[in-house]
Design a protein around this ligand. Structure first.
Ligand code: IPM
Ligand code: MG
Length: 357
């Protein structure tokens, strides 16, 4: 097959981890006889520096005309004091919206060999295998108004949690579809004891659930879900939730695997290119030092192969190579035990490629 991939390296460690992922994709191309064509475009701080805006029009066009998009990370202290609409993060939100990527899939499964890297006890996390399905183009992140204004001589501020029923319906359907090929359980996470938006969310989940009689549906309040994730994460299969709840819960869930540096994500819509990125940020403190853990970005390419290109065997091969590298004790700094050898970004990438071959 021939596929066009747009690469958005972004800021901080973004370019390093993306380079690692491209090397792995090239190896897959050779091994399975595919041609991947890479086109680079700018997003985030680097786009602000070079083009004056976090999401240049040209970047949107290139992404739209490709089969899939690979993203590193955006943001950094250099751009922290810019006004909201000019921040690097706005570029990321913009591209999600432009490509209509309403579903963000964040799988969390521990590698047994890494259970010592987590701050949680081994018996709590061994065997965790869950998927957070986060709504990505609505809710608090996009609702209008979102502004400061003056009322009665005082500054007031408002953000808006806005959803159309159809937007809730499509993300919950996506969760049920995913659960149907997993362990057949959906946990819908909301704050229905307080928020009207959550009460509608719950209603829609019930309605959609009726179309999937063989899948168990449970509702959980978000504060309880945060607690249950740490107390007994193995109870979860698919968790589906509103944009901001999903943002928070997925960082929390990453700790079940020991490091934020391990978790991939896929952002997909109903058609058109998907966007694949590690869930970690741009880690400006270690940028450019060849220290970053590339595994989350490499695992994100496995999700790209699986969800955008239907290449199951290729995706499995990458995931298997990552597992084997870890089982054989190879570690980057973020997941290393003290006193053990640490691989840099390039060495870790080379190991994955060695096991792939
Ligand atoms: C994430 C990130 C982003 C988000 C930021 C960088 C805007 O935290 O992908 O989880 O909040 O969605
Ligand atoms: Mg986040």
């Amino acid at each position: 097959m021939q596929k066009k991939i747009t690469v958005l390296p972004g800021d901080g460690i973004g370019p390093e981890v993306v380079q690692a992922a491209i090397k792995v994709l090239e190896t897959i191309g050779e091994k399975f006889n595919h041609q991947f064509e890479f086109t680079y475009a700018k997003l985030g701080g680097v786009a602000i520096d070079d083009c004056g805006v976090p999401l240049p029009e040209e970047t949107v066009e290139v992404c739209k005309s490709s089969d899939s998009v690979l993203l590193g990370a955006v943001g950094g202290p250099k751009w922290d004091n810019l006004p909201g609409h000019l921040r690097p993060e706005k570029g990321l939100l913009g591209i999600r919206k432009e490509l209509n990527l309403f579903a963000n899939l964040r799988p969390v499964s521990g590698h047994a060999s890494l259970s010592d890297a987590s701050t949680l006890r081994k018996e709590v996390i061994d065997g965790v295998d869950l998927m957070i399905v986060r709504e990505l183009t609505g809710g608090l992140y996009f609702g209008e108004p979102s502004e400061r204004r003056e009322e009665d001589g005082e500054e007031v501020v408002v953000d808006t949690l806005y959803y159309k029923r159809s937007e809730i319906e499509r993300i919950i359907k996506k969760a049920f579809e995913l659960a149907s090929v997993r362990r057949k359980k959906v946990t819908s996470v909301d704050k229905a004891n307080v928020l009207e938006s959550s009460r509608v969310w719950r209603e829609v989940a019930e309605e959609v659930g009726k179309e999937y009689p063989d899948i168990e549906l449970e509702h959980m309040l978000v504060d309880n879900a945060a607690m249950q994730l740490i107390r007994n994460p193995k109870q979860f299969d698919v968790m589906v939730t509103e944009n901001m709840f999903g943002d928070i819960l997925s960082d929390e869930a990453s700790m079940l695997t020991g490091s934020l540096g391990m978790l991939p994500s896929a952002s997909i819509g109903s058609d058109g290119p998907g966007l694949y990125e590690p869930i970690h940020g741009s880690a400006p403190d270690i940028a450019g030092q060849n220290k970053a853990n590339p595994l989350a970005t490499i695992a994100s390419t496995a999700m790209m192969l699986r969800y955008s290109f239907g290449m199951q065997a290729e995706a499995d091969a990458i995931e298997k190579a990552i597992s084997e590298v870890l089982e054989n004790g190879y570690r980057t700094g973020d997941i290393a035990e003290s006193g053990k050898d640490v691989l840099n970004t390039e060495e870790m990438t080379a190991k994955v490629i060695e096991y792939l071959k």
